[in-house]
Design a protein around this ligand. Structure first.
Ligand SMILES: [Zn+2]
Ligand SMILES: [Zn+2]
Length: 246
């Protein structure tokens, strides 16, 4: 086993709120920041994941994902080991996603090919909420073998606690994103806390979390943040490095 550094919440130029996040720029930034793997999760879409995987080659690990905006206006970062899972979720989300993007208001939604070139604009309103409930999204992701993280829980825009005021008992989360100060000793109904950037700019990508595990994968990460089988996590890679060097 060894330490893997990670950023589990990274957008691309497909998210209308992201800026200068092409596949090449993302991979370069992750490499420079010393990140072993990142999760690509655009709003309601996984359409640029293949392009980032192609740009990453073997330099940076890429977990495919989507940040689904549910019927309740709660964001859920849905991660998968394989692109097929993310695309299966995307298909269901696209069917339940009304509206067309207005670039003047939300910004452009760029699609990339595996050569890293812009090939067009996504017309769907990716920033909007789909008609699927949180429970429906979580159940579907679970069936596909994926994992759901509630991002930026404190925010009144898209955060589960900020929007609803609480975490409903029947919402089974794999983990919850924590502002750094919250993570220490955090235990909310046994839900593991994780740190991720929610990067919309390349400079935000960083080694925000470290996993001590055998290989990059969701089951390994799940063992790590639950502290099972000798696996473990650390929110600050620098502190991990210091601890390892001591
Ligand atoms: Zn969000
Ligand atoms: Zn996000």
């Amino acid at each position: 086993m060894r330490w893997f550094t990670a950023d589990l919440h990274v957008h691309t130029d497909l998210s209308p709120c992201a800026k200068a996040m092409s596949p090449g720029q993302i991979v370069r930034a992750a490499e420079e920041a010393g990140v072993d793997f990142i999760a690509i999760c655009d709003h309601n879409s996984a359409a640029n994941v293949a392009a980032v995987q192609a740009a990453a080659a073997s330099k940076v690990g890429i977990l495919p994902g989507l940040e689904v905006n549910t019927r309740e206006e709660v964001h859920l970062v849905c991660l998968f080991d394989h692109l097929e899972g993310a695309l299966a979720l995307q298909e269901v989300v696209y069917r339940e996603l009304p509206g067309e993007n207005d670039e003047g208001i939300f910004g452009p939604q760029w699609l990339y090919n595996e050569e890293g070139e812009r090939i067009g604009l996504e017309r769907r309103l990716l920033a909007g909420s789909c008609r699927l409930s949180m429970q429906a999204v979580i159940a579907f992701v679970d069936r596909l073998g994926g994992l759901v993280i509630a991002p930026h829980p404190e925010r009144t825009y898209g955060g589960i606690i900020g929007v609803l005021g609480f975490i409903p008992k029947d919402v089974k989360l794999g983990a919850i994103e924590m502002p750094l100060g919250w993570l220490k000793d955090f235990c909310l109904r046994g839900i593991p806390g994780v740190i991720a950037s929610d990067a919309h700019r390349v400079e935000e990508i960083g080694p925000h979390m470290a996993f001590y595990m055998e290989r990059i994968g969701l089951r390994e990460m799940d063992c790590a943040w639950r502290g099972l089988k000798g696996h473990r996590t650390h929110p600050k890679f620098l502190m991990v490095k210091e601890a390892l060097e001591r």
